[in-house]
Design a protein around this ligand. Structure first.
Ligand code: SF4
Length: 438
């Protein structure tokens, strides 16, 4: 509504206008209109105005005017932005938790192609959903998303509820996700407070970064007092959704955890710290060395890989498939065919991969994909022999019932860990993703 108020009578802002051609010129025009015509008195409720005055040392309208102008000109084009699809917003917000945007871009499009609607996702097997999630990590998110989709499909005819309060009652949707969906897809005036928004507001207000519940509650109140009101049903545009995305974008692109780009910051004049703030010490990463077996065998014309299924009670990645772990003492005198580093939460894993075949037969690497690094291991498919009885295979401590051979052609449909996927891709057993990060 506050943007509409800036426009001339009869002038309309259409949905998705940020992403239409000529966006920069158009947004400059609108920004100047907005600057000229914005009423001095913000159209917010008296309660909200009183709340803002007690929490903020500046005018909230001036703050989000500066932020909105910057966002219109500098927002990244992301596949889930500029659309009004509650399911797409839900999916993107779940994927973006703890995962880099570049990784999510690739996986989001694959996921939406395979499961374009809530009903399509609900109808899938969990293993298929987990397989498509592979590489994003934190698989509980995928399980909860799937469970939530089943509930919405069965109980709500496939339609997500339109308010944050109702959304919070669904499986897997908490405070943050409900606010994101409600504001971005349904234009509710409710603040989204993620780590980026918290950091921006701590710095703007000159508060020390504080993880306590009391600090979180205060920051949430501040964030809410900055929210533009919900537009009327007939109004175009989405000020609440745009504002929330702008705040998150500011934290992700400008107010960086280390080295904020204050000279480029659109809200620098409202900021108390302007880069002069304490930065919490970086969390110390743990290191662990682990070893895994890459065992391949031939069944007719099919090549199969040996996997171990993780325990369903495991705290990390329960039920997922991984390459069988090897005790480090069993491989102490051997040379791995691959070394790589893989980070999970706060642990750096130094991974060694051992592949053993019958004497004289090198481990298999597809000659199409193998590069010079793997050239010594390239072998024609006919040369692959069973490694089932190999020395290393006997070192695998897993129970037989947890082990299974899976054809390479079926690997993409399997719920495997990100590390297993990475190893198989590096070794050329599994093709690299077709969609590359731009
Ligand atoms: S001025 Fe600097 S510290 Fe303040 S909000 Fe902007 S980027 Fe962050």
């Amino acid at each position: 509504m506050w943007l509409r108020q800036a426009l001339a009578p009869g002038e309309e802002v259409t949905g998705g206008w940020l992403y239409q051609e000529g966006v920069v010129e158009r947004s400059k025009q609108i920004a100047s209109l907005y600057t000229r015509r914005m009423p001095r008195t913000p159209k917010i409720s008296e309660d909200a105005a009183a709340e803002s005055a007690s929490l903020l040392p500046f005018d909230p309208v001036a703050f989000h005017r500066a932020l909105a102008r910057w966002y219109r000109l500098h927002a990244r084009e992301l596949p889930w932005r500029g659309m009004r699809n509650p399911y797409g917003t839900w999916l993107s917000e779940i994927m973006l938790q703890q995962t880099r945007v570049a990784t999510v871009i690739e996986r989001y499009s694959e996921f939406m192609t395979r499961f374009p609607t809530i009903d399509a996702l609900a109808a899938a097997d969990e293993s298929e959903v987990l397989a498509l999630w592979s590489g994003l990590g934190y698989y509980r998110r995928a399980r909860m998303l799937h469970r939530g989709a089943r509930f919405v499909s069965r109980e709500l005819s496939g339609q997500l509820p339109a308010s944050s309060a109702e959304l919070r009652t669904l499986p897997g949707i908490g405070e943050y996700t409900s606010a994101a969906i409600a504001s971005i897809a349904f234009r509710e005036s409710i603040a989204v407070v993620d780590g980026n928004v918290e950091r921006v507001l701590f710095r703007v207000l000159g508060m020390a970064e504080d993880r306590s519940a009391a600090a979180k509650a205060q920051i949430t109140r501040v964030a809410q007092s900055l929210m533009p009101p919900a537009p009327s049903a007939r109004a175009q545009g989405n000020p609440p959704g745009d504002h929330n995305q702008a705040m998150m974008e500011l934290g992700a692109m400008i107010c960086l955890p280390r080295g904020p780009l204050c000279l480029q910051c659109p809200v620098v004049k409202f900021c108390k710290t302007r880069g002069e703030h304490e930065t919490p010490p970086r969390e110390k990463l743990k290191s662990r060395t682990v070893a895994h077996l890459l065992a391949l065998r031939k069944r007719g014309t099919t090549t199969e890989v040996l996997f171990q299924r993780r325990s369903i009670d495991a705290s990390l990645m329960p039920g997922m498939l991984e390459l069988p772990p090897l005790p480090l003492e069993a491989v102490a005198s051997k040379e791995p065919v691959l070394r790589l580093r893989h980070a999970i939460t706060n642990t750096n894993y130094y991974v060694q991969v051992f592949a053993e075949s019958a004497p004289g037969v090198p481990p298999y690497v597809s000659s199409e994909i193998a590069d010079e690094e793997y050239a010594p291991f390239v072998a024609a498919e006919e040369e692959i022999e069973a490694t089932y009885d190999s020395e290393l295979r006997r070192q695998v401590v897993s129970a037989e019932r947890d082990l299974r051979w899976i054809a390479t052609a079926a690997l993409y449909t399997q719920p495997m860990t990100g590390l297993a996927r990475k190893i198989l891709q590096r070794m050329g057993v599994m093709a690299l993703p077709k969609t590359r990060i731009r």
